[in-house]
Design a protein around this ligand. Sequence first.
Ligand code: HEC
Ligand code: HEC
Length: 236
Amino acid sequence: MPKLNNLSLAVASALALSAPLAGAMGGKPKDSDDAVAARIQPVARVELAASAPKAAAGDRSGEAVYKTYCSACHDTGAAGAPKMGDKAAWVPRIGVGLDVLVKTVKAGKNAMPPNGGSDATETELARAIVFMTNQSGANFKEPAAGAKPAASDRSGEQIAQAACLKCHETGEQGAPKLSDKVAWAQRGSKGLDAVTKTVIRGHGKMPARGGMADLTDEELRSAIAYLLKRVGAEGH
Ligand code: HEC
Ligand code: HEC
């Protein structure tokens, strides 16, 4: 009766483990303290190992993540990966900004698996990208530990007031006016991500980032979302 045997074994060991508890509650422990200590020691050791500072997943440096996961392709050019240090290959990719690169790598791209095949957190991934691209013509700032990339206090509305409405309220420079639902419905239908990419690069007479160079990608996104909401094109 193997099932019963297993069960009684489990019950027996549960009872054995509860012996110190019985002692604490005034019952008479069957074992000496030493024997109890010896028996629970392996458990205690495992718990210690688990709580000891590991190679701190979540707080690894860009270099560490790069060397563990990314270098296999990006050192060698395997699978057609742009090689670290190859500025000609990297400069056109860097222009979209760090936030977009992080999103691209998270999603994966062609021969590159999602997250670059790593278990890196988003911050670690950003660091690895900064490590790699800064040796390939970029000049990104590494995100601080735990910091959300590019958080900001400026709302979409504040940004739009400061930077976007001067063209988009009036139609100056041929900008699509907020009152022109038709023009916007067409542009908005590409989706917020695609539109954000367009504005990051600049488009026709619109300068890159709508002319406000210090805007982060997130801020730009919120400004565009604000504009689209005003237009009423959001979600259509
Ligand atoms: C299996 C090979 C492979 C691994 C591993 C890999 N990559 Fe890539 N990576 C590629 C390839 C191939 C491309 C080019 C994709 C394309 O443009 O078609 C690429 C492109 C990129 C780009 C540019 C994306 C863009 O928008 O053009 C970045 C940034 C990047 N990788 C970062 C990383 C990071 C960070 C890691 C490690 C966490 C990593 N990669 C691991 C193969 C790899
Ligand atoms: C100097 C005037 C000017 C400013 C300032 C400006 N824009 Fe534009 N914007 C334009 C023009 C012109 C176009 C149309 C470009 C075209 O289609 O050739 C445009 C197009 C757009 C589009 C549609 C892009 C697409 O994919 O069709 C969006 C979204 C947008 N602007 C958002 C913004 C945001 C957000 C800001 C502020 C951060 C801003 N713009 C600031 C002139 C401006």
